[in-house]
Design a protein around this ligand. Structure first.
Ligand code: PGA
Length: 250
């Protein structure tokens, strides 16, 4: 049997109070979402709005980043305890844009995942290779290193408490998508790596696919045995597209 599917929208640095209102209210009113888990990762500044608008429904909310520090003189940063005040369910860590634009390391992704777990927020740990790394046949090696660094921080006992997301960097925001077979190959590999450490966690852990998922390619991706849903960027900003993708995951 397939694991319960999870579809997560990653709004990135997009939105406005009025645009969000339409999107969030549309999600709250939508039907057909009861058999899967759905969440949106919003910019921090809209967390209160997400909590207010989604609070009564089945869609959860999350964040796209978090500080690795607890409190103090870290201008511009947001801590995990602040997130807990807003009933945040999920936090992205290690997104490729954080890695490439803000020089975040594998280790930092792991530390952030550990911090989130400390306040019972589920980390969505993003892994994936660049185009050059794929061409050089380093995909598995890169992903193993990204995974290992996170597991080292969170500890084996917490493997069952995270969500993984395979996001080939070359497919993010580019309109290029991994083929269903390419996605399955890497998802299968990731699950095997987890199984080497913990068979039960490997059976349970959800591995999302991300990278230019759209209504017209989602179904085939979601049908792969080791694809347990999606992490959706651009298409999550359009209510109809996002809902279509969510329904295709059921
Ligand atoms: P995309 O983004 O769907 O716009 O490619 C996915 C992501 O970065 O999480």
């Amino acid at each position: 049997m397939k694991r319960k599917q999870l579809v997560v929208g990653n709004w990135k640095m997009n939105g406005s109070l009025s645009d969000n209102e339409a999107l969030l209210d549309g999600l709250t009113r939508a039907d057909g979402l009861s058999t899967l888990d759905v969440a949106v990762c919003v910019p921090y500044i809209y967390l209160a709005q997400a909590q207010e608008r989604l609070g009564s429904g089945s869609v959860s909310w999350g964040v796209q980043n978090v500080s690795e520090y607890d409190a103090g003189a870290y201008t511009g940063e947001i801590s995990v305890t602040m997130l807990a005040d807003f009933q945040v369910s999920y936090g992205l860590v290690g997104h490729s844009e954080r890695r490439s634009l803000y020089a975040e390391s594998n280790e930092l992704a792991g530390i952030k995942a550990r911090k989130l777990l400390g306040v019972d927020i589920t980390p969505i740990v993003c892994v994936g290779e660049t185009f050059e790394q794929r061409e050089a046949e380093q995909t598995f090696e890169i992903i193993s290193a990204q995974l290992e660094a996170v597991i080292e921080q969170i500890g084996l006992e917490n493997l069952g408490r995270i969500v993984l997301a395979y996001e080939p960097v070359w497919a993010i925001g580019t309109g290029l998508t991994a083929s269903p077979a390419q996605a399955q190959e890497v998802h299968g590999y990731i699950r095997e790596q987890v199984a080497l450490l913990d068979k039960v966690a490997a059976g349970a852990v959800r591995i999302l696919y991300g990278g230019s998922v759209k209504p017209d390619n989602a179904e085939k991706l979601f049908r792969q045995v080791d694809v347990d849903g999606g992490l959706i960027g651009g298409a999550s900003l359009n209510l109809i597209d996002f809902l279509t993708i969510c329904r295709l995951a059921t």
